[in-house]
Design a protein around this ligand. Structure first.
Ligand code: HEC
Length: 148
Protein backbone atom coordinates (compact mmCIF):
# COMPACT_ATOMS: atom_id res chain seq x y z
CA UNK A 1 0.00 0.00 0.00
CA UNK A 2 2.77 2.33 1.03
CA UNK A 3 4.61 1.55 -2.19
CA UNK A 4 1.47 2.15 -4.20
CA UNK A 5 0.99 5.58 -2.62
CA UNK A 6 4.61 6.50 -3.28
CA UNK A 7 4.22 5.34 -6.84
CA UNK A 8 1.10 7.45 -7.30
CA UNK A 9 2.97 10.39 -5.82
CA UNK A 10 5.82 9.88 -8.24
CA UNK A 11 3.37 9.74 -11.12
CA UNK A 12 1.67 12.91 -9.98
CA UNK A 13 5.06 14.62 -9.73
CA UNK A 14 5.95 13.35 -13.19
CA UNK A 15 2.66 14.70 -14.52
CA UNK A 16 3.39 18.14 -13.05
CA UNK A 17 6.90 18.00 -14.51
CA UNK A 18 5.47 17.15 -17.88
CA UNK A 19 3.00 20.03 -17.74
CA UNK A 20 5.83 22.43 -16.89
CA UNK A 21 7.96 21.04 -19.72
CA UNK A 22 5.10 21.48 -22.17
CA UNK A 23 4.55 25.04 -20.96
CA UNK A 24 8.25 25.86 -21.29
CA UNK A 25 8.36 24.41 -24.77
CA UNK A 26 5.32 26.45 -25.71
CA UNK A 27 7.08 29.63 -24.57
CA UNK A 28 10.38 28.86 -26.23
CA UNK A 29 8.58 27.65 -29.34
CA UNK A 30 10.57 24.45 -29.43
CA UNK A 31 8.86 21.15 -30.01
CA UNK A 32 11.04 19.22 -27.59
CA UNK A 33 9.28 16.22 -26.07
CA UNK A 34 10.14 15.04 -22.58
CA UNK A 35 12.22 11.90 -22.77
CA UNK A 36 13.24 9.21 -20.30
CA UNK A 37 16.47 7.24 -20.00
CA UNK A 38 14.64 4.38 -21.73
CA UNK A 39 14.36 6.33 -24.99
CA UNK A 40 17.95 5.91 -26.16
CA UNK A 41 19.61 9.11 -24.96
CA UNK A 42 23.31 8.28 -25.42
CA UNK A 43 25.38 6.44 -28.03
CA UNK A 44 27.65 3.45 -27.49
CA UNK A 45 30.56 5.48 -28.89
CA UNK A 46 29.94 8.17 -26.27
CA UNK A 47 29.80 5.57 -23.47
CA UNK A 48 33.08 4.12 -24.79
CA UNK A 49 34.70 7.55 -24.53
CA UNK A 50 33.34 7.84 -20.98
CA UNK A 51 34.76 4.42 -20.14
CA UNK A 52 38.25 5.85 -20.72
CA UNK A 53 37.79 8.22 -17.79
CA UNK A 54 35.62 6.02 -15.61
CA UNK A 55 38.56 4.65 -13.64
CA UNK A 56 38.38 7.99 -11.81
CA UNK A 57 35.07 6.62 -10.47
CA UNK A 58 35.55 2.83 -10.36
CA UNK A 59 38.43 3.25 -7.93
CA UNK A 60 35.73 3.91 -5.28
CA UNK A 61 32.44 2.84 -6.87
CA UNK A 62 33.67 -0.57 -8.04
CA UNK A 63 34.66 -2.06 -11.37
CA UNK A 64 31.11 -2.34 -12.71
CA UNK A 65 29.92 0.73 -10.75
CA UNK A 66 27.84 -1.48 -8.43
CA UNK A 67 29.46 -0.11 -5.28
CA UNK A 68 32.84 -0.40 -3.63
CA UNK A 69 34.46 -0.03 -0.23
CA UNK A 70 32.80 3.01 1.34
CA UNK A 71 31.11 4.20 -1.86
CA UNK A 72 27.58 3.39 -3.02
CA UNK A 73 26.55 1.89 -6.38
CA UNK A 74 26.24 4.41 -9.22
CA UNK A 75 24.52 1.96 -11.58
CA UNK A 76 21.81 -0.62 -11.18
CA UNK A 77 18.69 -1.03 -9.14
CA UNK A 78 19.78 0.27 -5.71
CA UNK A 79 21.24 3.41 -7.24
CA UNK A 80 18.25 4.00 -9.50
CA UNK A 81 15.88 3.66 -6.57
CA UNK A 82 17.33 6.87 -5.12
CA UNK A 83 17.30 8.78 -8.39
CA UNK A 84 13.95 7.57 -9.74
CA UNK A 85 11.85 10.39 -11.27
CA UNK A 86 14.70 12.89 -10.99
CA UNK A 87 16.25 14.28 -14.13
CA UNK A 88 19.53 13.39 -15.76
CA UNK A 89 20.29 17.10 -15.36
CA UNK A 90 20.12 16.83 -11.55
CA UNK A 91 22.42 13.81 -11.61
CA UNK A 92 24.82 15.61 -13.96
CA UNK A 93 24.94 18.65 -11.67
CA UNK A 94 25.60 16.44 -8.65
CA UNK A 95 28.46 14.62 -10.36
CA UNK A 96 30.05 17.81 -11.65
CA UNK A 97 29.82 19.55 -8.28
CA UNK A 98 30.74 16.61 -6.01
CA UNK A 99 32.67 13.91 -7.92
CA UNK A 100 35.40 12.78 -7.61
CA UNK A 101 35.37 13.98 -3.97
CA UNK A 102 37.88 16.80 -3.56
CA UNK A 103 38.40 16.97 -7.33
CA UNK A 104 35.00 18.17 -8.51
CA UNK A 105 35.19 19.69 -11.96
CA UNK A 106 38.23 17.56 -12.84
CA UNK A 107 36.66 16.88 -16.23
CA UNK A 108 35.16 19.10 -18.92
CA UNK A 109 31.38 19.28 -19.32
CA UNK A 110 31.66 17.06 -22.38
CA UNK A 111 33.74 14.49 -20.49
CA UNK A 112 31.26 14.41 -17.60
CA UNK A 113 28.48 13.79 -20.16
CA UNK A 114 30.52 10.87 -21.52
CA UNK A 115 30.95 9.50 -17.98
CA UNK A 116 27.19 9.81 -17.46
CA UNK A 117 26.65 7.92 -20.74
CA UNK A 118 28.92 5.15 -19.39
CA UNK A 119 26.88 5.11 -16.16
CA UNK A 120 23.61 4.77 -18.13
CA UNK A 121 25.12 1.95 -20.13
CA UNK A 122 26.24 0.23 -16.90
CA UNK A 123 22.60 0.46 -15.75
CA UNK A 124 21.67 -1.25 -19.03
CA UNK A 125 19.56 1.53 -20.47
CA UNK A 126 19.31 1.22 -24.25
CA UNK A 127 21.71 3.17 -26.46
CA UNK A 128 20.73 5.26 -29.47
CA UNK A 129 22.33 4.94 -32.89
CA UNK A 130 22.67 8.67 -33.27
CA UNK A 131 21.49 10.74 -30.29
CA UNK A 132 24.35 11.67 -27.98
CA UNK A 133 23.75 12.83 -24.43
CA UNK A 134 24.15 16.61 -24.56
CA UNK A 135 24.46 18.74 -21.41
CA UNK A 136 21.79 21.17 -22.71
CA UNK A 137 19.23 18.37 -23.05
CA UNK A 138 19.75 16.70 -19.67
CA UNK A 139 17.06 18.63 -17.80
CA UNK A 140 14.48 17.18 -20.20
CA UNK A 141 15.47 13.56 -19.57
CA UNK A 142 13.80 11.75 -16.66
CA UNK A 143 15.48 8.88 -14.84
CA UNK A 144 13.04 5.99 -14.44
CA UNK A 145 14.07 2.81 -12.65
CA UNK A 146 11.46 0.76 -14.44
CA UNK A 147 10.58 0.85 -18.09
CA UNK A 148 7.41 2.95 -18.49
C1 HEC B 1 37.33 8.79 -3.39
C2 HEC B 1 36.19 7.93 -3.68
C3 HEC B 1 35.22 8.36 -4.77
C4 HEC B 1 35.52 8.63 -6.10
C5 HEC B 1 36.87 8.60 -6.79
C6 HEC B 1 34.25 8.94 -6.73
N1 HEC B 1 33.23 8.88 -5.83
FE1 HEC B 1 31.26 9.15 -6.18
N2 HEC B 1 30.84 8.92 -4.22
C7 HEC B 1 31.77 8.60 -3.24
C8 HEC B 1 31.09 8.54 -1.95
C9 HEC B 1 31.74 8.23 -0.62
C10 HEC B 1 29.73 8.85 -2.19
C11 HEC B 1 28.60 8.98 -1.18
C12 HEC B 1 28.53 10.44 -0.84
C13 HEC B 1 27.40 10.81 0.03
O1 HEC B 1 26.53 9.98 0.29
O2 HEC B 1 27.38 11.98 0.43
C14 HEC B 1 29.62 9.07 -3.63
C15 HEC B 1 28.42 9.37 -4.27
C16 HEC B 1 28.27 9.42 -5.64
C17 HEC B 1 27.00 9.52 -6.32
C18 HEC B 1 25.64 9.56 -5.66
C19 HEC B 1 25.20 8.15 -5.39
C20 HEC B 1 23.77 8.07 -4.93
O3 HEC B 1 23.34 6.98 -4.56
O4 HEC B 1 23.06 9.07 -4.94
C21 HEC B 1 27.26 9.55 -7.65
C22 HEC B 1 26.26 9.64 -8.79
C23 HEC B 1 28.69 9.47 -7.81
N3 HEC B 1 29.27 9.38 -6.58
C24 HEC B 1 29.35 9.48 -9.02
C25 HEC B 1 30.72 9.46 -9.16
C26 HEC B 1 31.39 9.58 -10.44
C27 HEC B 1 30.70 9.72 -11.79
C28 HEC B 1 32.73 9.54 -10.19
C29 HEC B 1 33.86 9.66 -11.18
C30 HEC B 1 33.88 10.91 -11.92
C31 HEC B 1 32.89 9.37 -8.75
N4 HEC B 1 31.65 9.33 -8.17
C32 HEC B 1 34.12 9.26 -8.09
C33 HEC B 1 33.11 8.34 -3.42
C34 HEC B 1 33.79 8.52 -4.62
Amino acid sequence: MQTQRMWNGARAAAAVGFAVAVALNATSGQAQATRTVWDGVYTTAQAERGAKNINACTVCHGENLRGGAGAPAIAGNDFLFGWNAKTAGELFTYIRQEMPPGQAGAFSEEEYAEILAAMLRASEFPASETAELKPADLAGITILREKP
